[in-house]
Design a protein around this ligand. Structure first.
Ligand code: HEC
Length: 111
């Protein structure tokens, strides 16, 4: 009986000490890009060309996204169906990608 208790405690000890160490090594391996907010990669690849990484580049009258007053739904609409010189993204991006990039635009806002 005592042996079982000692064994259990030893196992618990290994678990409680082993876990945090494991997590730390995992963290170190995660590349920087993976820690960026959702939608960042899509934005960088498809949108930064005209809107700039900060959203305020304004190429070809693309406006200043940091000053945009559109709601999330309206942004999703513009990205999905395009508007004037901005092309529609419904055939290029998945719906979830459009939603996450639309949310990402919120983080570009200047306070
Ligand atoms: C080819 C250049 C170009 C690319 C690439 C582009 N846009 Fe645009 N975007 C524009 C232009 C031009 C406008 C202004 C449209 C107008 O005149 O109504 C615009 C407008 C917008 C607006 C509306 C802003 C407002 O407040 O009215 C949003 C939101 C937007 N773009 C998001 C995106 C996102 C997200 C992407 C990437 C998926 C993207 N754009 C890629 C050119 C571009």
């Amino acid at each position: 009986m005592r042996l079982i208790i000692i064994l259990l405690m030893a196992i618990l000890f290994v678990f409680s000490c082993g876990e945090p160490g494991k997590k730390e090594t995992k963290k170190a391996i995660v590349p920087k890009a993976a820690q960026k907010p959702e939608g960042y990669a899509t934005y960088k690849q498809h949108c930064a060309l005209c809107h700039g990484m900060k959203g305020d580049l304004g190429v070809n009258g693309s406006g200043d996204l940091t000053a945009s007053t559109l709601t999330l739904e309206e942004r999703i609409e513009v990205i999905t169906n395009g508007r004037n010189t901005m092309m529609p993204y419904k055939t290029i991006l998945k719906r979830e990608e459009i939603a996450s990039v639309a949310k990402y635009l919120q983080t570009l806002k200047k306070e």
